[in-house]
Design a binder for this molecule. Structure first.
Ligand SMILES: Cc1cc2nc3c(=O)[nH]c(=O)nc-3n(C[C@H](O)[C@H](O)[C@H](O)COP(=O)(O)OP(=O)(O)OC[C@H]3O[C@@H](n4cnc5c(N)ncnc54)[C@H](O)[C@@H]3O)c2cc1C
Length: 462
C-alpha cells in the first residue's frame, strides 16, 4: 500500500526513458498541466509525465513501476470533475494521448476499434463519411479511454446508453504489466465474469485501458431540436419525467435553470428567454420527429410550458446544443476568477422533482451561488456551485452542504454520482451509498488486480 508521496528518482526517470518511445517530461509546464482536472480540487504535480505509444510500452512501464512501487495515474484529456487525475501520492502521470489511432471501422457491424487516447469529437468527424456516429457525449472533448474509465454518459444516454452500454470489448494492462483482452465484438455475450464492465468505470485504479471496441449507430435521417420554458423548476422537471415515462422516443432531454440560460446567452450570443428551460432532440424519419415533437408539445403544455418551438434546421439545432454543451464554460465566463464544483446526483425518475427541490433549497440557503442543469431524462442533475480559489476554506463548506444533500439523495434511492465517478471527492458518499461490505468487495478486487497499489492510489477508497 502506498501511504505517502513518492518522488521518482533521477535514476528511475532515466530508466523510464528506456521503456517508452514517447517523451518523458519533468518541465514545470508538463507537471502543472498534468496536476489538475476541471474540478476545483487544488493541483498536485506528478514527479514526471511519461507518454506511452503502445500497449507494450504501457506494459513495460507498469511492470517497472510495480517493482519499484511508483504510483501511476493514467491521463487522458484531464476533463474529469472529481480530482480523478490528481497524483495525490506523486509518481508518474502516464499520458496515453499519443495512442490515438482509429484502428478499425466495421460499419456493417456498427462497431469501431480505437486506441484510448483518441478524442470523441475526432472519432465522430472520422466516422461521419461512413454514415455512423459514436453516441456518448459528455460535453467536454474527452478521450475515449477517459470516458471508459469514468463510465461517462451525457446528453444522449436516454436513447443510446452510456459508456457502460457501448464498450463491447477492450485491451487493458494490469499493474504487473499483464496484457488482457476482454469482451468480444458481439452484441451479446455470456462468457464468464464481465471484466469489460468491471474495468469500465474503474477510474484508472484497476488497469490502463489501451484499446476499445465501441458500438456505433447509423446517423439518423432527420434530427430535430425543441425548446420550451416553464414558470418554475418543478414544473419543467415533472414534464420531463412524464415525457420519458410516456415512451416518447427522445434522443436528448436536458434541463437548464434561468441562471444557466442567462450564462449561455452571454457566452454564445443567444437570446433565449431567461426562464427554466427544457431542450429536446428527436432522431428518426421526417414524419417520426414531427410526431414526437407534437407529443412533447402536448405534455409540456399540460405542465405550464410556453413558447414551445421546434426545428429541423441543422444550424439552429447545432447552435442550441453547442450552447448546452458550453453551459459549464459559460458559467465560469460569467464569474471570472471563480472555479466550479459540479454535483452529480441521479435518482429514480419519480423522485427527480423532489431531489432537485432539495438541492435547490439547500444551495439557496448557503452562501454560494449556484445554477442547476441536468440530463433530466435520465433522472440525473448537476448543481454548478461557484467557489473563489483565493478562499480555499470554501471547499470544505461546499463539501459539507453537498454531503448533506447527497445523504438525502441516497435515502430516496438515488446515487451520489450518475456519471462523473468517485475520484477523491465522493469516497465517503460511496460507503454511505453502497455499504461497507460492498466497498470491501471492491477493495478485494483492487488487491487482486493491483496488489502493490500503484494504480491511481487515493481514488475510490482511501
Ligand atoms: C464542461 C464539461 C462537461 C462535462 N460533462 C459531462 C457529462 O455530461 N457526462 C460525463 O460523464 N462527464 C462529463 N464531464 C466530465 C468528463 O468529461 C468525463 O469524466 C470524461 O469521461 C473524462 O475523460 P478524460 O479523457 O478527460 O479523462 P481524464 O480526466 O484524463 O481521466 C479521467 C479518469 O480516467 C482515468 N483514465 C484516463 N485514461 C485512461 C486509460 N486509458 N486507462 C485507464 N484509466 C484512464 C484517469 O486516471 C482518471 O481517473 C464533463 C466535463 C466538463 C469539463
Amino acid at each position: 500500500m502506498i501511504t505517502s508521496r513518492v518522488d521518482v528518482t533521477h535514476v528511475q526517470i532515466e530508466h523510464l526513458k528506456t521503456l517508452v518511445t514517447g517523451p518523458v517530461q519533468t518541465s514545470e509546464s508538463a507537471l502543472e498541466s498534468h496536476g489538475h482536472d476541471e474540478s476545483a480540487w487544488p493541483s498536485v504535480s506528478p514527479s514526471v509525465v511519461v507518454y506511452a505509444n503502445s500497449t507494450e510500452e504501457v506494459s513495460a512501464v507498469l511492470k517497472y513501476c510495480s517493482q519499484e512501487v511508483i504510483p501511476v495515474v493514467p491521463f487522458g484529456a484531464g476533463t474529469s470533475l472529481e480530482g480523478h487525475i490528481l497524483p495525490v501520492f506523486g509518481g508518474i502521470s502516464l499520458d496515453v494521448t499519443n495512442m490515438n489511432k482509429l484502428l478499425e471501422i466495421k460499419a456493417d457491424d456498427l462497431m469501431v476499434r480505437v486506441q484510448t487516447g483518441m478524442h470523441r469529437m475526432e472519432l465522430n468527424q472520422r466516422l461521419s463519411s461512413y454514415g455512423i456516429f459514436f453516441s456518448v457525449d459528455p460535453g467536454a472533448d474527452a478521450t475515449l479511454g477517459g470516458m471508459a474509465s469514468t463510465g461517462a454518459a451525457g446528453t444522449t444516454t436516454v436513447r443510446y446508453g452510456s459508456m457502460r452500454d457501448n464498450v463491447l470489448a477492450l485491451t487493458a494492462v494490469l499493474a504487473d504489466g499483464t496484457i488482457i483482452n476482454v469482451g468480444r465484438g458481439t452484441r451479446k455475450l455470456s462468457a464468464g465474469y464481465d471484466l469489460t464492465r468491471l474495468l469500465v468505470g474503474s477510474e484508472g485504479t484497476l488497469a490502463v485501458i489501451t484499446e476499445l471496441t465501441l458500438q456505433v449507430y447509423g446517423i439518423p435521417e432527420k434530427m430535430a431540436a425543441a425548446v420550451v420554458r416553464f414558470p418554475n423548476l418543478a414544473q419543467g422537471v415533472e414534464a420531463a419525467s412524464l415525457i420519458v415515462r410516456s415512451g416518447i422516443n427522445i434522443a436528448r432531454g436536458e434541463f437548464l435553470d434561468a441562471t444557466c440560460i442567462r450564462n449561455v446567452n452571454l457566452h454564445d450570443g443567444l437570446s433565449l428567454a431567461e426562464a427554466p428551460t427544457l431542450l429536446f432532440e428527436f432522431h428518426g424519419s421526417a414524419s417520426g420527429v414531427a410526431e414526437e415533437a407534437e407529443a412533447v408539445r402536448e405534455i409540456v403544455t399540460e405542465f405550464g410550458g410556453s413558447d414551445f418551438e421546434w426545428t429541423t434546421n441543422e444550424e439552429e439545432r447545432r447552435k442550441l446544443w453547442q450552447a448546452r454543451h458550453n453551459a459549464h464554460w459559460a458559467g465560469i465566463a460569467a464569474n471570472p476568477g471563480f472555479r466550479s464544483i459540479s454535483t452529480d446526483a441521479a435518482v429514480p425518475l419519480s423522485k427527480l422533482a423532489e431531489a432537485v427541490k432539495i438541492a435547490d433549497e439547500a444551495w439557496s440557503a448557503s452562501s454560494f451561488n449556484h445554477a442547476i442543469l441536468g440530463h433530466v431524462a435520465d433522472g440525473n442533475f448537476h448543481c454548478f456551485v461557484l467557489t473563489d480559489p483565493k478562499k480555499p476554506g470554501e471547499l470544505e463548506e461546499i463539501r459539507k452542504v453537498s454531503h448533506e444533500i447527497t445523504s438525502k439523495i441516497i435515502a430516496m434511492g438515488g446515487t451520489c454520482t450518475g456519471e462523473h465517478g468517485i475520484g477523491v471527492g465522493k469516497i465517503d458518499d460511496l460507503v454511505e451509498e453502497t455499504g461497507a461490505e460492498a466497498v470491501a468487495v471492491m477493495r478485494a478486487i483492487k488487491a487482486a488486480l493491483d496488489p502493490v497499489g500503484i494504480l491511481n492510489p487515493g481514488k475510490i477508497f482511501r
